[in-house]
Write a protein that binds this ligand. Structure first.
Ligand code: PFF
Length: 455
């Protein structure tokens, strides 16, 4: 087996893990959840829940990975006991399946982002962008292929010359684009109303169960938890790094970018409304999120004249970059497994596994009407939380406490004296599994889905 990769520095890890965390979930999902959940109130709850619940699970994944320095299946087995070994391996495999399922739908949306970007570029040179911005099977397939080629070729190059190199190149571009777009949109008429909605929290909504559950599932998805991505990235972190601090940086950057995306998308929605584009339906609800990104924002850009095309191009480039750095982290989960546990070269694994997941995407594209939403729902509302719970239960109940402490001490010798160590072990043992289970019960839509299949 080839030597394992490792991130070359702390910054490299932070950028790669933030690249995984920051994705369509931040730039698309978060602002829309804010807009439909009482503005700033959602932001407040989201930030608290990220630190209280998502961060502890992130730490569980990172520490398992760094301890075992192996793919997710072998990592889980490494912290298990003889009796729990089969369940540990099963959890690792299930993470791999979940990562692949998420990639299979995520890549389709990412392809649309690229096609809208290309559409804007085509318009910029005066040609018709119609085909690129209109939904069709051919378009989804063509841009799906492009997105997979990008994702696979990065992962095929390995940790340092693939994932790290591209994350460190793309993340600064992403931040620059967000800042530029925030500034431009803020100067447009109507933006002030969006800013008002965003920064004025309606505190009466902070404890509404729906808002809390939405915030929790958003925090979970946004930190890429419950699939093993963070475990694999953790396995490439050097033993000399202070893990709790690294994890906190990633959580903070992820929150920061989500909040910034809100400063971009929410004012943009209100500029659109000001320009006569509908964003709320007759009953006062925000229109469906797909239409918001692929119809409302493009119509907004159109109302901005010549500059609008350039803004549109930048916006979809931003979305595509965010999606790419996330999808490479998803593909890394099965690729690490294939190349380490089955001694297939990394290049071959990346192309084989990537090709296989692409075929899953093709199946979804060809059965869009009934399959897409079901895969999204099964993977994100059911599978991800369940795998997340299992990771926590293993760290809390199965892994020997002295081994865990010893691993935590690597890179942070004083960890025992910290506030982190005083509460975190109990947290992952009891609090996180219970609360994530609460989240899971909401996805009993899953059972309706099973019911539909059976009857
Ligand atoms: N965190 C990504 C986002 O917010 O878009 C989504 C994601 C990436 C989920 C990687 C799972 C994963 F393994």
């Amino acid at each position: 087996m080839a030597a394992r990769g490792e991130f070359s520095s702390r910054t490299a890890f932070i950028l790669a893990a933030s690249g995984s965390a920051i994705g369509l979930g931040n730039i698309w999902g978060f602002p829309i959840k804010v807009a439909s959940n009482g503005g700033g109130a959602f932001v407040f709850t989201y930030i608290i829940l990220t630190f209280l619940l998502a961060y502890p699970i992130l730490m569980a994944e990172l520490v398992i990975g760094r301890y075992a320095k192996a793919d997710t299946v072998r990592s889980m087995v490494a912290i298990s006991s003889l009796r729990t070994r089969p369940l540990a391996a099963f959890t690792g495999y299930w993470g791999i399946v979940t990562a692949s399922l998420i990639l299979s739908f995520y890549a389709i949306i990412a392809g649309w982002m690229i096609s809208h970007g290309v559409g804007s570029a085509v318009e910029l040179v005066g040609a018709s962008s119609n085909w690129f911005v209109t939904d069709s099977t051919a378009r989804s397939l063509a841009f799906g292929v492009i997105f997979y080629l990008l994702t696979i070729s990065i992962v095929a190059n390995g940790v340092a010359s693939g994932i790290e190199r591209w994350s460190t190149r793309l993340m600064p571009v992403l931040i620059l684009l967000i800042v530029l777009l925030i500034i431009y949109i803020a100067t447009q008429p109507g933006a002030a109303e969006g800013w008002r909605v965003y920064v004025q929290p309606d505190f009466s909504k902070v404890l509404e169960p729906n808002l809390v559950l939405d915030a929790l599932s958003q925090a979970f998805f946004s930190l890429s938890l419950g699939v093993g991505t963070m475990m694999v990235y953790g396995s490439y972190v050097s033993k000399s790094e202070n893990l709790p601090r690294l994890g906190a940086s990633v959580a903070a950057i992820d929150i920061g970018i989500a909040v910034m995306a809100g400063m971009l998308v929410i004012p943009a929605m209100y500029v659109a409304q000001h320009n006569g584009v509908t964003i709320y339906d007759e009953s006062g609800n925000l229109i469906e999120s797909g239409r918001l990104i692929f119809n409302v924002l493009p119509s907004l850009f159109e109302t901005m004249g010549g500059a609008g095309i350039a803004v549109s191009l930048l916006f979809f480039v931003l979305m595509s970059i965010a999606a790419l750095t996330s999808s490479i982290s998803m593909l890394e989960v099965p690729v690490a497994y294939a190349s380490e546990s089955h001694s297939i070269t990394r290049k071959k694994s990346a192309w084989l596994v990537g090709g296989f997941v692409f075929l899953m995407s093709v199946a979804i594209i060809l059965n869009m009407g009934w399959l897409f939403d079901r895969v999204v729902q099964f993977a994100t509302e059911f599978s991800e939380p369940l795998v997340g719970i299992l990771f926590c239960l293993f760290v809390g109940w199965v892994w020997k406490r002295d081994q865990l402490l010893q691993e935590m001490r690597e890179g942070s010798p004083q960890v025992e004296q910290t506030f982190f160590w005083k509460i975190w072990p109990t947290y992952v043992k009891v609090v996180c599994p219970l609360i994530v289970f609460g989240l899971l019960t909401r996805s009993f839509g899953f059972w309706e889905f099973v019911g539909q299949l059976v009857y």
